[in-house]
Write a protein that binds this ligand. Structure first.
Ligand SMILES: [Zn+2]
Length: 450
């Protein structure tokens, strides 16, 4: 509207000026470099106005032309970006497919097309890794650390490199910095826990488990068991350092977390004894034996006797302990061993014959050999038992669920493969325990079928 009023006003002024010039004729003369131009004033004004209009049109045209190449450049730029993203995508697919050559090619393309290092660095690092160039990959990962948005990815890359190189100290350092960057990432918590228990940093591992349980990465029961095992380790560590009260405290923590955990009870019995709480130690051993007899409990209970305890007194102590589970094979073995030490051959034989079955374990065969050697001195029979022991099944042992090795005694981590809480008291796979009563009817049944 204003624009139209402006145009009407302009036209009005133009008409007034034209009329004025028509009514007042005159001439205009210009002399430039010896050239003389003479014209009527009216025509001169019209020429002036025409010149102004043409100039304005030319200016507009020039502006349009000047802008046009800019538009073209923008188009070329967005096209480049699109090709860059395409290369990035194809590169990632190549990484997933494990195609090192393709990955490298697209990584280079993406790098030059996008010119956006944070975006292409990960692809370049992965491509380098696929080609086996770990040094180049490390340089990319380290560069990523400089960029706050990429620091976590860079740390992850370096951590995986350290894990593959089995540099556990460096891996733990990197896991801890990954944790600082993103404290609730499940894989960071799991990896950091594994490295902490591997480095025997029990207190740190304990905190990691608690956080993992809090955010739901580890279920409550697994978390409790892991904390119990850690508490046993802390108790052992305090015992070794001579701090009896800390050792006892941790043993109690372990026992409270998982009441049936044999190593926790063993630690508790030993710590109570070390703190001169003998009656409580005996009570703890008896309660545990009645819940589930175990050779490690028998060994801990054995340690509760006086230094100069007479063998017969020792047998009496074990008789009381085993009275809580008189039929259990561990009760028979515990009493057989105590009786052997006290030269009570008849008692020892009675207990050994009450257990063992048709296919006795190596442990049973060795005890029989010891009895024959000590009681009768019959070397032939003794050797037969020792020969049998070699081929006899292993029986229940601390068997590692991860690597399948058998440990002589329990440790928080497997001594062969390092698996935390990997040892479980069980029959090694392939060994089937059958009570004697189950074997005999099975044989007779098949005999009658024939
Ligand atoms: Zn193992």
């Amino acid at each position: 509207m204003i624009r139209w009023i402006f145009i009407f006003v302009l036209i009005g002024i133009f008409v007034i000026v034209a009329v004025w010039f028509a009514e007042h004729p005159g001439r205009v003369g210009i002399e430039i470099a010896g050239l003389q131009i003479q014209t009527e004033a009216g025509i001169f004004v019209v020429a002036l106005v025409l010149f102004a209009i043409v100039s304005a049109i030319l200016y507009r045209l020039w502006r349009f032309i000047r802008r046009a190449p800019g538009g073209l450049l923008d188009h070329r730029r967005s096209n480049r970006r699109q090709r860059g993203y395409q290369a990035l995508t194809q590169g990632m697919v190549a990484v997933a497919a494990g195609d090192a050559g393709e990955a490298r090619k697209f990584a280079r393309q993406a790098e030059s097309l996008l010119n956006d290092p944070p975006l292409t660095m990960l692809l370049s690092a992965q491509a380098a890794q696929l080609e086996g160039d770990e040094d180049a990959a490390r340089r990319y990962f380290e560069e990523m650390l400089e960029n706050p948005e990429m620091a976590f990815l860079g740390t992850r890359g370096l951590l995986m490199q350290a894990v593959r190189a089995e540099d556990n100290a460096e891996a733990l350092r990197l896991a801890e910095s990954a944790f600082r960057l993103r404290p609730n990432t499940p894989w960071v918590l799991r990896r950091m826990f594994d490295l902490q228990v591997g480095a025997r940093k029990w207190a740190d591992a304990n905190q990691t488990v608690q956080r993992a349980v809090r955010i739901g990465v580890v279920d409550a029961e697994t978390g409790r068991r892991q904390r119990a095992v850690i508490a046993v380790a802390l108790s052992d560590e305090a015992s070794a350092a001579g701090d009896a009260s800390a050792a006892l405290k941790q043993a109690r923590v372990a026992q409270d977390l998982v009441p049936g955990l044999v190593p926790a009870t063993v630690a508790l019995i030993r710590c109570l004894a070390a703190s001169d709480k003998m009656r409580r130690a005996v009570k703890a051993a008896e309660a545990a034996w009645s819940a589930g007899p175990h050779p490690d409990l028998a060994a801990a209970f054995d340690g509760l006797g006086d230094e100069n305890e007479a063998p017969l007194d020792r047998v009496k102590r074990f008789q009381r302990l085993c009275s809580f589970r008189p039929e259990h094979s561990e009760s028979h073995y515990a009493l057989a061993e105590a009786s052997l030490a006290a030269h009570l051959w008849g008692e020892a034989r009675r207990h050994l014959e009450a257990t063992g079955g048709d296919n006795p374990t190596a442990r049973h065969c060795r005890l029989m050999a010891e009895l024959e050697e000590k009681e009768t001195g019959n070397l032939e029979v003794t050797r037969q038992w020792l020969d049998r022991a070699v081929a006899a099944p292993q029986g229940e042992s601390w068997y590692c669920n991860e690597c399948g090795s058998i440990a002589g005694h329990w440790t928080p981590g497997c001594n062969s493969c390092g698996a935390f809480d990997g040892l479980e008291w069980q029959l090694p796979p392939g060994v089937v325990a059958l009570p004697p009563a189950a074997i005999v009817p099975a044989l007779t049944a098949s005999d009658t079928e024939k």
